[in-house]
Write a protein that binds this ligand. Sequence first.
Ligand SMILES: [Zn+2]
Length: 318
Amino acid sequence: MNIPCGREDIARLFQNCINNGKLAQAYIIHGAEGMGKKTIVRYILSLMLCDSHSSCGGCLSCKSLDANTHPDITELKREPDKASIGVDNVRDIKNEVYTRPTMSDYKAIIVHEAHLATPAAQNAMLKMIEEPPDKVIFFILCDTLAPILQTIISRSVVIDLKPIPMQGLRDIFGTDAEEFELSLCEGNPGRLIKLRNDPDYAALRDEVTDAFASLAGADPYAPYDISARLDKIKENKEEIFNIILIFARDAYFKKNGLESLIINKDKMNYINTFSANLSAAQCCRIMQHIITAQKEKGKNGNFTIAMTMLLLKCRAEM
Ligand SMILES: [Zn+2]
């Protein structure tokens, strides 16, 4: 199996730990959806479980991993109709955890979406991690660390999946992806796949950019008009905030002569018009208002009010 693009450092770390027989009892693999948690764990397993610990692809263990039939892998997943992983789900895997590996040198327990495990379920997991059965290694996958019990974190090695650099993304997507698309996904390959497969996203980006750019025009009521336009598509509120933040950042780069860093290269006419009468400092303050609004929108559930207030603040900077 090939090392996942952009994850060479993690692959090296595990290869060393396995060669030296120094694997930790538990690893927390932490990163937003789309960052490749499952991909890197699969690669780690291909080292750990392979007969020669080299991800050879040819041994029985590697073949079983490929076929998803490896007997030394146990996965703990949320049931599709449930919102969380409960203590019963953890009890279900208890026997597996306490039996010895049958094919490989190690046994892997993979906990998916651990951020959705209830505190009781996490405490049950903690017991297993605290009394480690020999050769059993836990991989705890989570989108965010916040809900994970401190007692679990302190007994695990936390691996934070950083955004994949541009070259890594180019290696993954090849010439298939436009440069602005690579920039837009901010190092998250899953997000790029999602954006590219979503025909609605291009239309959303066009509409939001067109609406937000009009803020710099002569109309003093623009904040209210734009807010009303965005209100019609507010089910995409996460993306709306992202799109306007990236746009404002592009305007800031434009004013600083850093055009190579601009993401929306296909929207230069909007960026030029928007930033024509603004200074770099004004663009910077507009970005800060957007970042603050983006953070606070979770607290204030009303998108329309939050967006109108934001647009008024941005307009006041102009
Ligand atoms: Zn092998």
